[in-house]
Design a binder for this molecule. Structure first.
Ligand SMILES: Cc1cc2nc3c(=O)[nH]c(=O)nc-3n(C[C@H](O)[C@H](O)[C@H](O)COP(=O)(O)OP(=O)(O)OC[C@H]3O[C@@H](n4cnc5c(N)ncnc54)[C@H](O)[C@@H]3O)c2cc1C
Length: 292
């Protein structure tokens, strides 16, 4: 199929992009890498009156270190993140997750901001943003605001952005010294969307017990899911296979609305979430121990 007719603008400044979006009163859409939006246009699942292409706004394409955070522009390609030595060194979980997004051809065009704004429940980046406590920076007619990742993802393919707002970048804390991490997922084939995935960070305290445990699962609900009961179960405990198994069991109890579709049943997703939690905790503890 071909898309329904639309007007097209490719501004070179953010101000121009925002005023163009506002002038179409909710009937305009931002175009970034086009890897999700173009198929939706072709299938007529999206029929905007105007497309505002951000590709020529060079100011939205950057990766910078700023104190203990990484600032990444919304139009930064995933391939650029993958190839960034700075990201690999200061935020290895983000780097590892990026390498698992689709195929190189898609990472060449798909952008960081596009993945966040698209908010696919099976996508890696929303889970990474929640796991790392990232802030998302948006600009609209009323100026700029920062939205905590926890509040950004509202439901399936829906974010806290208003139709007149542009996501301009994300601000990601660097991985603190001594923190262990894991990013693990299961997909039918390499490069496919994951059926389920898990992002985990934790530290070991002076007595070798787990601290600051953060577990985020994706592919098990409309937005990234944080099983707080499992996080509490792990925190303050000595790591070991019994603890990992118990945390996995707790996770499968806590997931209350797993997706059921042609790729996997809800029960299978619940099982995968438990297994990935177990594996991820083991990996994260090993990394934390290696830096201690
Ligand atoms: C075959 C295939 C496999 C894929 N596999 C995976 C995968 O395994 N994991 C994964 O995470 N993704 C996967 N994707 C999706 C891919 O990562 C897309 O790049 C991503 O979902 C959207 O990014 P984009 O830059 O292409 O955005 P676009 O497609 O251009 O836009 C997506 C949506 O976000 C909005 N948007 C984009 N940028 C902004 C912004 N700055 N401000 C406000 N709104 C914005 C658009 O209006 C649109 O609604 C796959 C895609 C394909 C085609």
């Amino acid at each position: 199929m071909k898309p329904a007719p639309f007007e097209y603008l490719a501004p070179t400044t953010l101000a121009e992009a925002i005023s163009s979006l506002a002038s179409f009163d909710g009937d305009a859409k931002v175009l970034a890498g086009g890897q999700s939006l173009v198929p939706m246009l072709n299938m007529r699942l999206a029929r905007p009156g105007l497309l505002v292409d951000l590709r020529r706004i060079e100011a939205l394409d950057y990766i910078r270190e700023s104190g203990d955070r990484l600032e990444i522009g919304a139009m930064t390609r995933k391939r650029t993140v993958e190839q960034s030595a700075l990201v690999a060194r200061r935020q290895p979980l983000l780097h590892a997750a990026t390498c698992l997004v689709a195929h190189p051809q898609i990472r060449n065009r798909g952008t960081v901001g596009g993945s966040m704004a698209h908010a696919d429940p099976s996508a890696e980046y929303p889970a990474v943003a929640v796991a790392l406590d990232a802030d998302l920076r948006a600009v609209g007619p009323d100026g700029e605001r920062r939205i905590a990742a926890q509040d950004f993802f509202v439901t399936y393919l829906t974010t806290a952005l208003s139709p007149a707002e542009v996501l301009i970048g994300i601000s990601v804390p660097c991985l603190p010294e001594g923190t262990g991490w894991a990013f693990t997922e299961i997909a039918r084939r390499h490069g496919d969307f994951a059926m389920v995935g898990a992002a985990i960070t934790l530290a070991l305290d002076a007595g070798g017990r787990c601290a600051d445990t953060r577990i985020v699962l994706f592919g098990v609900g409309p937005i990234p899911v944080r099983p707080r009961g499992a996080e509490q179960l792990v925190s303050g405990e000595r790591p070991g296979s019994d603890l990992y198994r118990e945390a996995g069991r707790k996770v499968s109890e806590e997931i209350d609305e797993p997706l059921s579709d042609v790729h996997a049943s809800a029960e299978f997703r619940r099982h995968l979430a438990a297994v990935l939690t177990q594996r991820g905790l083991e990996e994260a503890v090993a990394r934390a121990a290696a830096t201690a």
